[in-house]
Design a protein around this ligand. Structure first.
Ligand code: ATP
Ligand code: MG
Length: 387
């Protein structure tokens, strides 16, 4: 008998011609995740297993697998020969320290095992009751379930719990997106949510050095490193926004500062995205959260992007919901470190909440050689690989 981790993936996306494509990405993610841990991986049809690992690393293996998008659940199972006595001994041992109601589920993959599934379940139930008088059978609302999976290859798996994994689609299955990554709470969550739908990511961060500090940039790199746990390796493009902000500050109506800034950020984002083969832009906007995230503001900034979709996965979420996810993915504590973001430099008293496109275009037109400024931002950006 040995202990293995059984891994289940979502069946929905594994249909038709794309099945192999999705599975290859999933297998690659799992291999990468466990590369430094001594264990054996087996990728069978419809079922993956991790085996031959030391007891001490079991928790680590489980928690790493829980960060792989595309996996639904896993179970720690005992693998025994597909022989009734061996299965029964294991099932009885598994139930030995339990209390309350239980049921037995038996799945028999092939018909070579001599007993039909209902007979196996009934007989195992009786043995378990004999072995533990604290238990009673409860088929409808059991406190725990003994699962038995009898396979064609001569093995049977016996396990109790299913541990939830992250769900979603394998990273890379949906292409690549450019995440606008600030130092705040929302944008790492936005990146996480799109990675969950299968995007790999590159990140774009605007800093206003020397108005913003070196630590503010380190904080963003730290966020990218934390996001990498889920989204895989990514490049962080760090672009200096200082000259652009100074020009806006000098020439534009202060109340339009943020709106104009956002428009330029979006234009640059599209340019960086296209140059890095990203098929979409992702940001952390949430409707109505701040002045720059009203419907009118988003309408105006959205006009700055011509050819790519902009995904805003936090758009319908409350701040608390976003915070809950940021805690779960372990970016929250980094996000709340108090370093200034470039958006907080030259902050106006009364930012417009209902900008019109026409007016914003007039404000932008006041800046001499805005195109040249954007060209410089694009040309001087620094790229840092997080892997
Ligand atoms: P966050 O918590 O992500 O910073 P926020 O609530 O502070 O968001 P804003 O500052 O209005 O909201 O930013 C909205 C979105 O614009 C961010 O989620 C992010 O995607 C993008 N953004 C803001 N500042 C920057 C920046 N300095 N560099 C890159 N993207 C940025
Ligand atoms: Mg912010």
């Amino acid at each position: 008998m040995d202990k293995v981790i059984l891994i289940r993936f979502g069946e929905l996306f594994l249909k038709g011609k794309n099945k192999q494509f999705f599975e290859n990405l999933l297998i690659r993610s799992i291999k990468e995740k466990l590369a430094d841990l001594p264990c054996s991986l087996h990728f069978g049809r419809g079922r993956y297993t991790v085996s031959d690992y030391a007891e001490e690393i079991e928790k680590t293996v489980v928690s790493r697998l829980q960060t792989v998008f595309g996996l639904q659940s896993l179970s720690i199972a005992f693998r025994v020969a597909a022989d009734f006595e061996a299965i029964a001994d294991t099932a009885v041992a598994l139930a030995a320290d339990k209390r309350g109601g239980f049921r037995v589920n038996v799945h028999r993959a092939g018909k070579s095992f001599p007993m039909p599934s209902p007979a196996v379940a009934a007989e195992l139930g009786a043995r378990i009751l004999d072995g533990n008088t604290q238990l009673h059978v409860d088929l409808h609302t059991p406190d725990f379930t003994v699962n038995v999976d009898i396979r064609e290859d001569g093995n049977a798996y016996v396990y109790a719990d299913k541990i939830d994994c992250a769900g979603g689609m394998p990273v890379g299955s949906a292409g690549k997106g450019l995440l606008l990554l600030s130092g705040g709470i929302d944008s790492p969550v936005a990146g996480y949510m799109m990675a969950k739908r299968g995007l790999t990511l590159d990140a774009l961060h605007f800093h206003s050095y020397p108005y913003t500090s070196e630590q503010a940039k380190d904080k963003v790199l730290e966020l990218a490193a934390r996001l990498r746990v889920y989204a895989g390796s990514m490049s962080v493009v760090c672009a200096s926004f200082t000259a652009v902000q100074e020009a806006i500050h000098q020439y534009c109506d202060p109340n339009y500062m943020i709106t104009v800034m956002r428009c330029f950020m979006m234009r640059l984002a599209e340019r960086f995205a296209l140059s890095r083969q990203c098929g979409c832009i992702v940001n952390g906007e949430s409707l109505g959260q701040v002045a720059s995230q009203t419907l009118e503001s988003i309408t105006v900034t959205n006009h700055s992007v011509e050819s790519l979709p902009v995904f805003r996965p936090c758009i319908g979420m409350d701040k608390q919901e976003i915070i809950d996810i940021s805690r779960k993915i372990d970016t929250y504590e980094t996000s709340i470190q108090p370093f200034e973001d470039c958006c907080t430099v030259f902050l106006p008293d009364k930012p417009v909440t209902r900008p019109s496109l026409e007016h914003v275009r007039k404000e932008i037109a006041k800046i001499p050689d805005a195109e040249g400024l954007l060209d410089t931002v694009f040309a001087t950006a620094e790229v840092i690989r997080i892997s």
